[in-house]
Design a protein around this ligand. Structure first.
Ligand code: TRP
Length: 381
């Protein structure tokens, strides 16, 4: 692989990603200022930092769901999580945007927990483990502040009777050659994964099916999940459902400088897990890859490079409290006024505070988490 090559699929992210090229390769649209302005006015004059700082950079049919919303046909939000272990901070990115949108627009949220998918995708995991992490992850996600009255969960192994009637229809529309090409499956890939994409499609159509009318769907997710929804969009109309719209985020760089904060392949130090102790968090941030220079003198003189820095990515995605602070950190990093050690100390304070608040919020959702899980189909077939 040469330095400008990269791979992005739901099952593999590798190399230095050129996001403009990726958008072209995937055939998605740029998230324009005009669309952001429309969202800004719909939410009463606010924009999530994830939108203003370019973390979300691409979409499909966002304009259409906003039109529908304005015409009194509100969309529902859908995102998901494959529970292979504890969540890390970058897993929160889609859900934070969902929570932000739900709070401002009063829309419904559907979360899918794919304990089956991760069992199929990770040979080292047992069913007990993926089911266990599924519930643990769900607590973390709900703790972001979702509205209990408007939030619903498909926990695949427990919701299968609610999902299966639609999965059956979807699966008949997906030729093996499509999944082979889209996901890069090999002859040795297990047949669970071959079928799995049908299950990830189901929530897109589920409310339309349940209500017997066309309900628009908006999916905030990492761009790596787009291939699943290309399959969904291609078959939606043949089943009589609207194509889901998507809002794609960039991958969040890992602490070791990897393209994505993933810990697959024993890269424990690449991510901040939500269940890491304060000591572990401190250690990981202290040794994180930065955009700094080799010596203090050089950094004072030439400045550092925020765009390649994993600590800057922490400020950018959640830890800068205001736009002003974010701009300041970025400027002082670039100019050499802010050194990496000091920057790390500052961000660590924020990370520790967030962990404390999050742990408290997580305890409070445990009572109602189970009641969000959908277990029955709305109709017999
Ligand atoms: N496949 C996703 C993962 O591995 C989980 C998922 C299910 C998902 N449904 C989704 C992600 C919808 C984004 C949007 O984590």
């Amino acid at each position: 692989m040469t330095p400008d090559e990269f791979v992005v699929t739901p099952y593999e992210v590798r190399g230095r990603i050129d996001y403009i090229r990726l958008r072209e390769m995937f055939g998605t649209q740029a998230l324009t200022n005009e669309l952001l302005a429309r969202l800004h006015s719909l939410t009463g004059g606010e924009l999530s930092p994830l939108l203003t700082r370019g973390v979300y950079f691409s979409h499909r049919d966002l304009g259409w769901v906003l039109d529908q919303f304005a015409k009194n046909s509100p969309f529902f939000l859908y995102s998901g999580r494959g529970p292979s272990g504890p969540l890390h901070t970058s897993h929160l990115v889609p859900f934070e945007l969902c929570q932000w949108l739900q709070q401002r627009l009063g829309v419904r949220m559907f979360i899918q927990i794919t304990d089956d998918e991760k069992f199929w995708a990770r040979p080292g995991l047992s069913r007990e483990q993926t089911a266990y992490w599924g519930l643990e992850n769900l607590y973390d996600l709900l703790a972001l502040g979702f509205d209990p009255k408007r939030t619903h969960v498909f926990f695949d192994s427990r919701s299968i009777s609610a999902l299966y009637p639609l999965a059956v229809r979807v699966a008949r529309k997906v030729p093996y050659s499509t999944v082979k090409a889209v996901f890069g499956f090999k002859p040795s890939t297990n047949i669970g994964l071959v079928f799995y994409t049908a299950l990830q499609t189901v929530p897109c159509f589920w409310p339309s099916w349940a209500e017997g009318r066309s309900v628009p769907c908006l999916i905030p997710c990492g761009i790596d999940q787009d291939p699943h929804f290309r399959v969904t969009r291609d078959l939606a109309e043949s089943l009589g459902y609207p194509k889901p719209a998507l809002l794609h985020s960039q991958m969040i760089p890992g602490l070791l400088g990897d393209a994505a904060m993933s810990t697959t392949g024993d890269r424990e130090e690449n991510a901040l897990f939500l269940n890491d102790s304060p000591k572990t968090v401190e250690k990981k941030v202290r040794q994180a890859f930065t955009g700094g220079r080799t010596t203090v003198e050089e950094q004072r003189r030439l400045g550092a490079t925020p765009e390649i820095c994993s600590v800057w990515a922490l400020w950018r995605t959640r830890f800068a409290k205001s736009e002003t602070e974010f701009q300041e950190v970025t400027r002082d990093c670039r100019s050499g006024a802010l050194l990496c050690g000091d920057c790390k100390s500052k961000v660590l304070e924020r990370v520790h505070a967030f962990y404390r608040e999050h742990a408290a919020a997580r305890e409070k959702v445990k009572d109602w988490a189970e009641s969000t899980i959908i277990t029955a189909a709305p109709k017999p077939l």
